[in-house]
Design a protein around this ligand. Structure first.
Ligand code: BTN
Length: 250
């Protein structure tokens, strides 16, 4: 079903929310609006992305009218470092999914939202012309995934057997993004780090593997450093700070 934008704009008068039937990616459209000086909190969404972008140069599967594909233009009032802001957006996406569906979500560093160990949402955060563009993709009503994604992806529908309103999910997501941005601006990054560590089963004591440019690291996770990076201890007792890439269960 096509997205009913008026259902969302009614609840957020004064906020610029632009919705498109199809875009290459909401990231590039949001960057264009950010460069034009659009207000903080502007949301760009699309029913379909033909070139949806994931982290690490991957693509984001964007089945038409099945998912929520949105980018928020944020203009943090305090100096903000991307890694912790990315964790904050993961917390916002997880909260919105939990409150909309009542499903038990997990977070995998740095920002995958999981249901039953499979990914249902991802975050891509980028600076553009002094604004932070936070792209959030949620697999909402997908009934199935292409073969290459089946083992790792899920949707809210597959996890629960229910169809969800993408409009209701966006309404909650906008509230949750505001909540975690305000938390950052008022209280700093510590509560974001603590909440992420508490809500993620991956941050401490988890055997994982990490793809790095020069090979695969194996080890056990040992918490977050103050910048939001992940500590990993290998079997020789050597501790490394994982600053990029993604982790998988070992
Ligand atoms: C990831 O987990 O790899 C990040 C996925 C981010 C996907 C969203 S969908 C909305 C926005 N537009 C994009 O092209 N990507 C992000």
């Amino acid at each position: 079903m096509a997205f009913d934008l008026t259902k969302v704009t009614r609840q957020f008068p004064g906020r610029l929310i632009l919705w498109y039937p199809q875009l290459p990616s909401t990231m590039s459209e949001a960057a264009r609006w950010a460069a034009e000086g659009c207000a903080a909190g502007t949301i760009i969404g699309a029913d379909e992305q033909t070139a949806g972008q994931g982290r690490l140069g991957r693509s984001w599967h964007s089945e038409p009218e099945s998912g929520l594909y949105v980018s928020f233009v944020l203009r943090p009032k305090v100096a903000a470092d991307l890694p912790v802001l990315t964790l904050a957006m993961g917390l916002a996406a997880a909260e919105a999914i939990r409150l909309t569906t009542d499903l038990a979500v997990d977070l995998r560093w740095p920002n995958d939202v999981l249901l039953g160990g499979r990914k249902c949402a991802g975050i891509l955060a980028q600076w553009q012309d002094g604004a932070l563009i936070a792209g959030i993709g949620v697999n909402v009503n997908h009934g199935a995934f292409p073969e290459g994604l089946q083992a790792m992806a899920t949707s809210l529908r597959i996890a629960s057997g229910r169809i969800y309103s993408r409009e209701d999910l966006l309404l909650q997501l906008a509230v949750s993004v505001d909540t975690f941005c305000t938390m950052w601006e008022v209280e700093g990054k510590q509560p974001i780090l603590s909440l992420f560590a508490r809500q993620s089963s991956y941050v401490s004591g988890r055997r994982v593997q990490v793809e790095q440019g020069n090979g695969i690291l194996h080890g056990t996770t040992e918490g977050l450093d103050p910048s939001g990076f992940l500590w990993l201890r290998d079997e020789n007792g050597h501790r490394s700070l994982i600053c990029a890439g993604g982790i998988r269960p070992a």
